[in-house]
Design a protein around this ligand. Sequence first.
Ligand SMILES: C[S@@+](CC[C@H](N)C(=O)[O-])C[C@H]1O[C@@H](n2cnc3c(N)ncnc32)[C@H](O)[C@@H]1O
Length: 458
Amino acid sequence: MNDSHTWRKGEELSLEVTDLNAEGEGIARVGDREVELPLTIPGDRVRARLLKPGRQPARAAVLEREAPSPARLPALCPHYELCGGCAWQDVDYPAQLQLKERIVRANLTEVPAERFRPILGMETPWFYRNKMEYTFGPDLTLGLHRRGRYWDLVDILDCRLQSPLANEIRNAVRDYGRARAWEPYLKRTHLGEARNLVIREGKRTGEVLLNLVSRSDALPGVPELAQEIRARYPAVASFYWTISPEKGDAIKAHRETLLAGKPQIREILDGIEFLIGTKTFFQTNTIQAERLCEVVAGLREEAGHGPRPVVLDLYCGVGTFALSTARRCPGARIFGVELVEESVAAAQENARRNAIEGVEFLAGDVGKRLPEAIRAVGQPDVVIVDPPRAGLSPDVSRDLAALAPAQILYISCNPVALARDLAVLTSVGYEVVAVQPVDMFPHTRHVETVVSLSRRRE
Ligand SMILES: C[S@@+](CC[C@H](N)C(=O)[O-])C[C@H]1O[C@@H](n2cnc3c(N)ncnc32)[C@H](O)[C@@H]1O
């Protein structure tokens, strides 16, 4: 094809994917023009239809993979082609890890190459999720959203990201619902009853929590199901029934009833026992969350703060890093700040149950409560930040820099926001010392990154 050729919407092209964009989608180059190709990787040759030719990069839909990258292999999951859960299950795992390293490097362009450490992948990158949320659909299917058609569902019989036991339990609940002629809730009409099944599983304890969600209490046979499931699967330690009558996809509990078992299940992460209820935020991949704790501890020790460091854990959730730091460094004084009150209560309870001392938690917005945290704990040596996908607000980045801790440990699930925030922090006196990617979500394009920053000596 001629480089000066003007592209038209709907035109079909044969393209060689050579790169990845910041989000991990494939990029093909034609002369000095770029085309984004979702669900492709470098090495793929595809036939694609141009959707947005005027944009730079242009955007196209893949019609056919003419020649796959050598990294492609058959996906294990029978639902892979349709399901929106995984994007890279048909890519060899070592190649997935290389692609994730590439995404991180492509975003953090200002960081010298020698500061990047090799990504930490999983030994067994299957069955890793400790939480799955399924949705009921027409004909009482029970599954996940369809790739590219999020209003549609794929009936899931065998998901390779959660345990075989969890697969069996989900299928048993669907069979029971069909036998009882349950009507699925349909968003379009706001009629029907059965909405969701949430399965949470302690990977280290084997305990399972089920939360069945319906529009009202008119769903028949739920208390009997709780007994039946518990008798058949003794690992089910908690069975909840949640009534969520509102429109929309999110589960908004108007009433939550524990039908059988105990209120929370237990999970062990980094040697600490955590309690998990229906609303508890918890890292979804227990095994790799332990890698994250090890990385945070290793980078903190490399910075050499001495035996009694003052540590702030901002956006601390249920206290994963605060508690792990306290256990690994008994002399530390640690203060966690988190917006969601239930998570703070869980963090406090987790500290108490594990007899961990020297840790306090505060409920509130990091943007507003930082001065209070500092009054309580003193000048920090280390600040750990693990913000949501959007990253830090400019105010928080500035407050952090003004606080001038010797080390900032930034844990990020979004390399684009991370790059933006590192640009602010490096412009106000910090230097990136190490970048450690961790694969928390095998078979997806997501990558977690831990960055250690230290104050530049003037
Ligand atoms: C990526 S999670 C971090 C979880 C935590 N490190 C853990 O492992 O449990 C981000 C956390 O930030 C909290 N959050 C969001 N906005 C916040 C804010 N403005 N102030 C404090 N916490 C916030 C969320 O509730 C969530 O728990």
